[in-house]
Design a binder for this molecule. Sequence first.
Ligand code: AGP
Length: 607
Amino acid sequence: MAMCGIVGYVGEREALPIVLGSLQRIEYRGYDSCGILVQDSANGQVYMHKGLESIDELMEILPLCDYHGNIGIGHTRWATHGTPSVRNAHPHLDCNGEIAVVHNGIIENFQSLKEGLLRNCRFRSDTDTEVIPHLIENTLMRIRDSGESGEELLKDAIRESLSYLKGSYAIIVAIKGFDGLIAARRESPLIIGVGDRENFIASDVPAVLEQTNRVIYLEEGDIAVVKKDGIYIENGAVEVKRVVRLIPWTIEDAEKGGYEHFMLKEIHEEPKAIIDTLRGYLTETGIELGFDARHDIMMVACGTSYYAALCGKYIIEHIARIPVQVELASEFNYSDTVLGDDKTVIAMTQSGETADTLMALKKAKRFGCHTVAITNVVGSSVTRIADDTVYIRAGPEIGVAATKSFIAQLVTIYLLGLYLADIPRHDLEGWIEELKRLPQLAQMVIDDSNAVIQDIARYLAGFENVFFVGRGVNLPVALEGALKLKEISYIHAEGYAAGELKHGPFALLTNATPVVAILSNDNVYEKLLGNIKEIKARDAPVVAVAVEGDDEIEKYVDAVIRVPATRALLSPIPNSVALHLLAYWAAKARGCEIDKPRNLAKSVTVE
Ligand code: AGP
């Protein structure tokens, strides 16, 4: 679950408030310690502070410390090696205290590197990161007489030092007396915010949005020398040019926008996520996704994205009659799944940085598969592995629990199914008309069902175990509903095929195990109604998610969450909006953290 945040600033303004402000914008990534360093490139003065305080506390304390400098780096640490402590907080320094490094990722061979360095280095921490400044210092000393000087010497030393590292890193290096910062990335995301006579470096876009919306996404293996009036980027010791992208998100987008939690804001943005995603691919003549899939499709993903992929199997096989396999990325990476150049492997990943999913796509490439990424983050790592990328357009999703990104993933899958289908024009137009109604249906759930959902959520909040059941395309919706509830309310929730409960889980049913049953006007409605009757016969309370106008269901359940009618295959959209709200209000009723659930991170960038 390692996930740290790193930030940097080079310019003409005081670095401290900018670095702290950037760290504050990425607090959502979770952290247990943080630190900053500022240095004045005019007089070489360096100030550093690191500890277990929160960013807010640092914002109180540090301005009183008279730290001045126009260059700065900062770090929020999520412990992977070494307990949360002052000594393990970043930045980490070389022996002379002239090289400071902040790092996100995991150096897998740090023990062996440390052993090699111990001869003439004094280590101050238990972290993997600390080998980096010492490596740079040692390399600098060794190549100092190479005839290279200044920046070239620095680049050589950094390049060589990084070549010894195994594992993942996004780092920013500050060097006493050097009028810039050096940034580098491998498998951990890193961006540069481009300003006017100032530049910013950060793990994620919200950290720089207050300062600039011009962003460079560093690519795998990039090393950048960032100064106030210039950015040099190389890859494989060759200078490269990287696109400066205009990020359409304002800082408000990445802020809570008046909602108590990012998650609630993002659920309320689900209609807009549908609109924006549709807008990206609906053309005058139909649907254009920009790639051709080979016949067999395999989807690989984790967590909520895996449930979106599971919905994809039902959707694409129903609409396009193309076989779809779905595998958990963490299983796919070590399985003997048959792969070949006849397969299109689609990685479904909101963040585009999930290590398991990135590994899966690299494996698919090695087997000659056509690889496609469906992701929410422009320029994310997965886009640089995949042959083709389809962007969902959910906008920044800050809450750890995936909500609007899941909805946008589903929309993209409907588009994919229709794009691959060879159906009569009339049918295609009918589907597109229905897709265009989805934002309104999602809005109706938010507007019309919210009060009932809040009541039912407060009721469920009193239980410790909840089942979610569904059939057909609403089985993955049940699995997703259970994940949502468990990850933010900490209630043990389990998603199950409705027809499977009688094969064992019935043993758990009592009046203390409510069941949420997700119905739709589909071909398995009667079957699911039968399952509900069996469940009721065992005293378990039943909450139904059911279509407006279905009056039958009232007779058999304890409560009903109404959703607007649509084609059965599209019902995962309104049903999921309802379940996202249900999870949110249950977590709120239990006073949970919601945006930053315990033990979780927004994107899981380690295996
Ligand atoms: C979902 O609510 C969780 N935050 C988590 O399961 C997430 O879906 C999973 O880690 C995959 O993330 P990705 O879509 O960014 O790859």
